[in-house]
Design a protein around this ligand. Structure first.
Ligand SMILES: Nc1ncnc2c1ncn2[C@@H]1O[C@H](COP(=O)(O)OP(=O)(O)OP(=O)(O)O)[C@@H](O)[C@H]1O
Ligand SMILES: [Mg+2]
Length: 393
């Protein structure tokens, strides 16, 4: 219905060239802005969104917040408002050449771990700025992360649609919502955090979860849950223990450090995740710093009992990826290597004492460093859980 926009001039400064995409809220057009000698992308929201006063004020608030974000990995918003004739809401932003992560994964399959980690660090940096000013994205998904080349630098991600999810929430679009005890649930089921799936209040850690799932998908071209219908993912996020990357794609030999990092980002309880985008980024930076890393560097990572899933670290005893062990690796909330090592030593020492007490005759057992102190070998065996249709317990 908006096809007739093509070739037209709007807002006295943009000439619409072509439609480049269509999403849940509207359509995105490529346009020329001759006065600035540049191309822009204009997202024009569905007309029905323009008639609701609550949506209009929400849109203004969110667009204003969005246009204040200046991070180089956040899309630049040039202008926003309502079209003169139809009253439709629009956002004019920088035009990006490249692909969004969804298209990229469909085309190229799993991305190399270090490349993906470098991209994620940049996305996290954009999130950090937004979270710092109280903007939670709420709808992070591969379609909303665009990979472009900027100033000659390839693999520059740009995060799109900050804040727009709130407008979607107002829109009450059937099919994008689920009834819960507390209210409605919105977002994209595949990338939705458990708290979002439950319709709870969201904070930065919800974005961290969604980004963890995106990262998982970028590395494996799969999701960490059994294949399901979109809405069934909502239940998976709430209660299905995620599979590890070595389970879904054992042949890829994804470094165990990334397994641990993603495992932490997608913990079900938000207190167990990274507390901030910065903390998540630091973990990835440490991984990248170890890159190219010698054998000895990776030994450090063997500290958590985890190490078993690692396909390449020579220091790891178990050679083959062992699905049952890997999830055990997921640290509940390990703030840093130092602390993890400290805790392990302490647990091992305590175990030693207990064993010594039990076998009181025996000499004090030396605390075996790899005594798999973590009882949570409880690691939920990621045997595919049958999809549960109803998210609410
Ligand atoms: N600034 C931009 N430059 C170039 N292409 C863009 C730009 N913004 C969006 N696109 C393209 O348009 C497509 C549609 O974007 P849109 O945000 O409308 O849909 P979506 O992200 O799939 O869904 P949603 O409505 O939930 O955000 C994107 O997938 C992307 O490929
Ligand atoms: Mg989008």
């Amino acid at each position: 219905m908006t096809e007739d926009l093509i070739g037209k001039e709007i807002l006295g400064q943009f000439r619409i060239l072509e439609r480049i995409g269509r999403g849940g809220m509207g359509e995105v057009y490529k346009a020329a802005q001759p006065a600035m000698d540049r191309l822009v992308a204009i997202k024009i929201l569905h007309q029905k969104l323009a008639s609701r006063p609550d949506i209009l004020s929400r849109f203004r608030r969110e667009a204003r917040a969005m246009s204040r974000l200046t991070h180089p990995n956040t899309i630049r918003v040039f202008l926003y408002g309502q079209l003169e004739d139809t009253g439709q809401l629009y956002i004019a932003m920088e035009y990006l050449e490249g692909d969004d992560l969804a298209r990229l994964t469909r085309r190229d399959g799993p991305m190399a771990p270090h490349r993906a980690a470098r991209i994620m660090v940049q996305v996290l940096s954009a999130l950090e700025e937004a979270h710092g000013v109280g903007v939670v994205h709420r709808d992070l998904k591969p379609e909303n992360i665009f990979l472009t080349t900027q100033g000659g630098i390839a693999d520059t991600p740009k995060v799109l649609d900050f804040g727009l999810a709130k407008i979607k929430e107002d829109k009450l679009r059937p099919g994008s919502m689920v009834l819960t005890r507390e209210g409605m649930v919105f977002g994209t089921p595949e990338f939705m955090s458990p708290e979002q799936a439950r319709g709870e209040t969201l904070d930065a850690r919800s974005d961290i979860y969604s980004l963890g799932i995106i990262f998982f998908e970028l590395l494996t071209a799969k999701l960490p849950f059994p294949q399901s219908k979109p809405m069934e993912y909502i239940a998976h996020h709430i209660k299905t223990p995620p599979m590890t990357m070595s389970q879904v794609r054992p042949e890829l030999g994804i470094p165990n450090e990334l397994e641990l990092i993603i495992g932490r980002a997608i913990e079900k309880k938000r207190e167990d995740r990274y507390a901030s985008a910065a903390e998540f980024a630091q973990a990835l930076e440490a991984f990248l710093a170890n890159a190219g890393a010698s054998t000895s560097a990776s030994t450090t990572n063997a500290t958590p009992p985890a190490a078993s899933g690692h396909a390449s670290a020579p220091s790891v005893p178990a050679a083959a990826p062992n699905p049952t062990n890997v999830p055990a690796a997921r640290p509940a909330a390990s703030p840093g290597k130092g602390l993890v090592i400290g805790l392990l030593v302490l647990i091992a020492a305590l175990l030693g004492v207990v064993i010594w007490l039990l076998l009181s005759a025996a000499p004090p057992a030396a605390p075996a460093p790899h005594a798999a102190p973590e009882a949570p070998a409880a690691a939920p065996s990621p045997s595919p859980t049958p999809p549960v249709a109803v998210p609410q317990p």
